[in-house]
Write a new protein. Structure first.
Length: 133
């Protein structure tokens, strides 16, 4: 599957999951607020932005995506980091959550840096493209 579509489909899954978490929080008092926020903001909003960004930004710049392989790794790491955060953050009222949240938060942050690097390199025309213009 095309990288932008992977991000788009996954973001729709996170929208459904995050919305369901919101209803569960209304019905039953559970400490899901941090997970709910991360699933919706990183999972739904950011994943959709990543997919759209990977598709549109190189087109706007008139270049190709710098690295599809890097985009694929970013997709995998972003999901690992987010799912890990979603499962460790509900337990934030206990100090035992910290190591998991820090580890998975670092994985998610690394994935975000990978997106920034990949898109930034995509926006910079390669030397041979500059020579042609």
């Amino acid at each position: 599957m095309d990288i932008p579509l992977k991000f788009a489909w996954t973001s729709l899954f996170y929208l459904a999951a995050g919305s369901t978490m919101g209803v569960i929080m209304l019905v039953k008092s559970t400490p899901l607020s941090p997970s709910h926020a991360h699933v919706l903001l990183i999972g739904w909003v950011s994943m959709m932005i990543f997919g759209v960004g990977y598709h549109l930004l190189p087109v706007f710049a008139g270049t190709d995506l710098f690295s599809m392989r890097l985009a694929d790794w970013q997709f995998r790491l972003q999901n690992i980091g987010l799912i890990g955060l979603a499962f460790t953050m509900p337990y934030r009222y206990d100090d035992s959550y910290r190591l998991g949240a820090i580890m998975f938060g670092a994985v998610s942050l690394l994935a975000i840096y990978m997106f920034v690097y990949n898109v930034a390199r995509s926006l910079i025309p390669r030397a041979e493209e500059q020579a042609e213009s």
